[in-house]
Design a protein around this ligand. Structure first.
Ligand code: ZN
Length: 121
């Protein structure tokens, strides 16, 4: 995240994308998968709008939307993230999204947040 790159593991032997992080490839059992950069572009696989501040630091963000985003450039692996603009906008499964690395005030490293895909950027 500090390098503002989305990196997922990928097996050095069979090239399978792996997420969450593992010591071994579940497909071919090769140890120590490599970390590869992936374009932070994806599709909303599922989402949820939260009205309760489960995390104290996000209390000021309620209601907020958490999205499970499928990454077509990483074998369809799925990662979670907030969609800051989605609280007041329509969101649907299948929507194209793009990630941005954002550093919250007082935070040590940035987090990946998801926004509606804009091909002008
Ligand atoms: Zn493998």
């Amino acid at each position: 995240m500090k390098a503002e790159e989305l990196r997922l593991q990928r097996c050095t032997n069979c090239r399978t994308w792996i997420w969450g992080p593992q010591w071994i490839c579940a497909r071919c059992h090769t140890f120590n998968p490599a970390w590869e950069s992936v374009d932070p572009i994806g599709v909303v696989y599922a989402w949820s709008r939260s009205y309760h501040p489960f995390i104290r630091e996000y209390a000021h963000r309620t209601p907020y939307v958490t999205a499970l985003v499928e990454l077509p450039h990483a074998g369809g692996r799925r990662v979670l993230g907030l969609m800051p603009d989605a609280a007041s906008h329509h969101i649907a499964i299948g929507d194209a999204v793009q990630g941005r690395f954002e550093l919250d005030e007082g935070a040590v490293w940035p987090l990946l947040r998801w926004y509606p895909f804009d091909d002008r950027t």
